[in-house]
Design a protein around this ligand. Structure first.
Ligand SMILES: *Cc1c(COP(=O)(O)O)cnc(C)c1O
Length: 363
């Protein structure tokens, strides 16, 4: 198999990765930098791995513009563990925090937080069938709240905050599915987090970027692995880190820096998404995007066809053209094209061409 036999992969995560990164991993698999072994057979305390690890930390910092008073942590347990770990580290028992209930992920973050602390809904998208993000003016943060939790991109619903809301409370953001696809206003946040497997690398790694000031605050931390400070002090080497995903992400970060950094990836995100939204908008209503125009995600493009039989046929025939992983999430149905950082523009164009000809043949 060579790179020309690869499919157009619209998977929502884990997802497509840059070909040069995969090739470099392949080349180094038997003998990493003349060590006579692969990096995943090395000790995490060996100098070879140490340099991979420290470069990934510093490249993440420079690419994302992370200020010096934030710690970058490489953890495990997915974004899902953060739904519990965040309240545990940031809140004392008598403190409360607001959550935006913007869809599947915002809702899960809220329900997990409720088990740990007094978390409340600061806005709910239920009335609008989770088809839009709120304006800052609609968000109701209660006096005395410690933070507002937001989900910048709802991966299943296909909605994204066009801008980070400007509010007077520190925010905590789940950026799993739009991480490093645009710049981050660090002054708005006390903590941002995301799994690597949507924009940055393989699964098994969660990145948490946290303002160090929070370590001084009271918290109800159980200790050990769940305590952010333990990882911050040890540069995320307090225990065995997820070496393989860190190693691969390190290569993705270098690839992104070389390509021009976040401004370039923000531009590419707009280009990829426009190709698909334009096709939907120019279909005379045959393809329908069930999402408010202002909240359309640049990462997960969801759409419906006139009926479910046509949707099935669409997904089957698309795969004949190597356009794969287009089925919408089982909870919502329809079609979903995930177009993350590493997806080439040509893949989005190929899908748009297929959409146009499928409509001509079936419309
Ligand atoms: C995928 C995803 C999650 C869950 O991530 P895991 O790493 O599987 O725990 C959480 N939030 C968002 C926005 C996601 O896209």
């Amino acid at each position: 198999m060579n790179s020309s036999s690869r499919v157009h992969n619209f998977s929502a995560g884990p997802c497509t990765l840059p070909v040069p990164v995969l090739e470099a991993v392949q080349n180094e698999m038997l003998n990493f930098e003349n060590s006579g072994m692969s990096i995943i057979e090395s000790s995490h305390r060996a100098p070879e791995y140490d340099s991979v690890h420290m470069s990934a930390l510093s490249d993440f910092r420079s690419l994302a513009g992370v200020p010096d008073d934030f710690a970058i942590l490489f953890l495990q347990g997915g974004a899902s563990l953060q739904f519990t770990q965040i309240p545990l580290n940031l809140l004392s028992v008598d403190e409360k925090a607001g959550y935006l209930n913007t869809g599947t992920w915002g809702g899960k973050a809220l329900s997990d937080a409720k088990l740990m602390c007094s978390a409340y809904e600061a806005w709910s998208g239920a009335d609008s069938n989770f088809s839009r993000m709120p304006d800052a003016s609609e968000i109701e943060v209660k006096e005395g709240s410690r933070f507002l939790h937001i989900t910048t991109n709802e991966t299943i619903g296909g909605i994204q905050l066009p801008k980070y809301p400007k509010i007077d409370f520190p925010m905590v953001a789940d950026m799993s599915s739009d991480f490093l696809s645009r710049s981050i206003d660090w002054e708005c946040f006390d903590l941002v987090y995301g799994g690597a497997q949507k924009n940055l690398g393989p699964s098994g790694l969660t990145i948490v970027v946290v303002r160090e000031e929070i370590f001084e605050r009271s918290s109800q931390v159980a200790g050990g692995y769940l305590d952010y400070q333990i990882h911050a002090k040890a540069d995320s080497m307090a225990n065995t880190p997820p070496m393989f995903p860190i190693y691969v992400m390190g290569k993705v970060l270098k690839w992104m820096i070389e390509a021009g950094g976040l401004p370039e990836f923000e531009k590419r995100a707009h280009e990829r998404a426009s190709v698909l939204y334009d096709t939907i908008d120019n279909s005379g209503g045959w393809y329908q995007c069930p999402v408010d125009a202002n909240s359309r995600s640049l990462m997960n493009i969801v759409f419906r066809l006139p009926n479910e039989d046509l949707e099935k046929k669409f997904i089957t025939e698309a795969s004949d053209f190597d356009l794969v992983n287009l089925k919408g999430h089982r909870s919502v149905g329809g079609v979903r094209a995930s177009v993350y950082n590493a997806l080439p523009l040509e893949s989005a164009q190929s899908l748009a061409d297929f959409m146009t000809s499928f409509q001509q043949q079936n419309g």
